[in-house]
Design a protein around this ligand. Sequence first.
Ligand code: PLP
Length: 506
Amino acid sequence: MRNGSTLLADFILMAASKPLAALDGDPMAVEALLRDVFGIVIDEAIRKGTSASEKVCEWKEPEELKQLLDLELQSQGESQEQILERCRAVIHYSVKTGHPRFFNQLFSGLDPHALAGRIITESLNTSQYTYEIAPVFVLMEEEVLKKLRALVGWNAGDGVFCPGGSISNMYAMNLARYQRYPDCKQRGLRALPPLALFTSKECHYSISKGAAFLGLGTDSVRVVKADERGKMIPEDLERQISLAEAEGSVPFLVSATSGTTVLGAFDPLDALADVCQRHRLWLHVDAAWGGSVLLSRTHRHLLDGIQRADSVAWNPHKLLGAGLQCSALLLRDTSNLLKRCHGSQASYLFQQDKFYDVALDTGDKVVQCGRRVDCLKLWLMWKAQGGQGLEQRVDRAFALTRYLVEEIKAREGFELVMEPEFVNVCFWFVPPSLRGKKESPDYSQKLSQVAPVLKERMVKKGSMMIGYQPHGTRANFFRMVLANPTLVKADIDFLLCELESLGQDL
Ligand SMILES: Cc1ncc(COP(=O)(O)O)c(C=O)c1O
């Protein structure tokens, strides 16, 4: 029988002997593994993943994919060869969002400098909360936010990188509420009258999600009418404010959108700012999609008036291609509102007697504890491209949009939903059997079935990916997004020819 002290000795011996996992403590083996993995990443995810001659996706039914990936986790570790095979399989069956035929989302393409930033971020694996453990990134985040604020038109202010535009929008709602009712931080919903916020029917769904999440309730979101281009109508905003007040609610926030998700519309910010000024409402601009237009001297007029906002959400991971996630919440406030609203002064992290300026410990401004570094990918890409290079990307996306629009107008079987204002091009592909039948009573219902069928065909073939949706009373249409900076006219021609070919029998 082994006594307690022998057991303790064994235990200590275990700590001092060779580590358990195969590679732990073997720097040569670690390096060899990572070189192999990087080789696979470069071949499969980057070279093939961005090549027009490769598939954009490798569709499998979920049950088959589960089998192919052998997802179940086992008690025994695997050999290095098996692990490398697994890395290959993960990339092979994943959608290649950097592919020139991936048009499905508001982000696409693969910027090598941003990717380099993401790799460095992952490798350093730090958290953005204190200068102590992220000295470079605390300073860098502030510099990048300052640059974004300057593009908005502010020479002072605050901000933070958030995990996505939805969260940036929620922060804005929380800040607007706190500014008006600081008591609610402690007393919660008990400190509040029924509140009302206003946004257009074209807004992103994160506004109503945010209202639910923050305890405001989705009923507190008053939907303002938009015109036929998808822009919020200021006169209807006035009407909705009066209505809400008459019903006993207290208006506190207007969320305008610069670059709506489907139509790409820009709300009239100056006119909305006038309304907000009259009613003393917080103006938030959800520029998650359209914010990057501020870089273009030619097109930034679309956001005229943005400098009058109280807060702006801007996702450089969308049009600028910085990589997921990169979303800035920018504030005009200079009174430390972010920190007052969210801070909780945890004494084990934000000690006030540190040996450096504790104002650099920015982590108490946010509701997260650990927070990813999201500034490096944008900073490195900006350093490489310069503001001018990024401006050219934005201008080029607009130019290619024009090309696509003219092609759609010229080709039989394609119909624009509307003239685009931005780089979202919404259009129908009308298959041969429906051409010239617009007047027939089931036209719209039949047209609605076209996009889902074509989507299934393109995904199963792996030739391209493009999103579709219904919109109000409009039948399903495609939304083409020109965000990938490597796109050329040939990619646009491919898109149209491929739709024609996939839909010729319909
Ligand atoms: C206008 C708008 N706002 C907010 C978001 C949400 O951004 P995220 O996906 O980063 O949460 C989107 C996403 O498409 C958007 O289009």
